[in-house]
Design a binder for this molecule. Sequence first.
Ligand code: 4NP
Length: 147
Amino acid sequence: MTDRILCVCLGNICRSPTAEGVLRARLPDHHIDSAGTGDWHIGKPPYGPAQAAALTRGYDLSGLRARQVSRADFHRFDLILAMDSENHADLARMAPEGARAALAMYLDPLGGGDVPDPYFTRDFEGALDLIEQAAHLWAARLRGASG
Ligand code: 4NP
């Protein structure tokens, strides 16, 4: 069973909360969460432009609050999805012995690679496009896996 999924980016205010909102919409029976490898934005809602872009496609991210990923998350979740290769490397470094969670790239269903960080690129629509495409494929996989 792969019911508990954690999306992880750097700040937890752009890419991973967007992925959380999009995956929740497609997998309403799964437990979906997000976190950041960094600690700068703990307790903050998703970045305004990321929220606005998501809302135009029907995803309300306003209730989400940033938190930092912890070693305990590797025991609480079945699958941890890194939004880019730096996030993946940071997660692989902190993974405890005997971790329950599998670690993968969020874009693996699209052949891998990074979701470019819109906080820096300012391309919030492009990030959402990628996040939605991969979410569609994750949902097909995971519904099959747990159904
Ligand atoms: P995210 O974007 O990792 O997609 O949430 C970022 C937002 C803020 C910062 C870095 C990445 N920052 O350094 O403040």
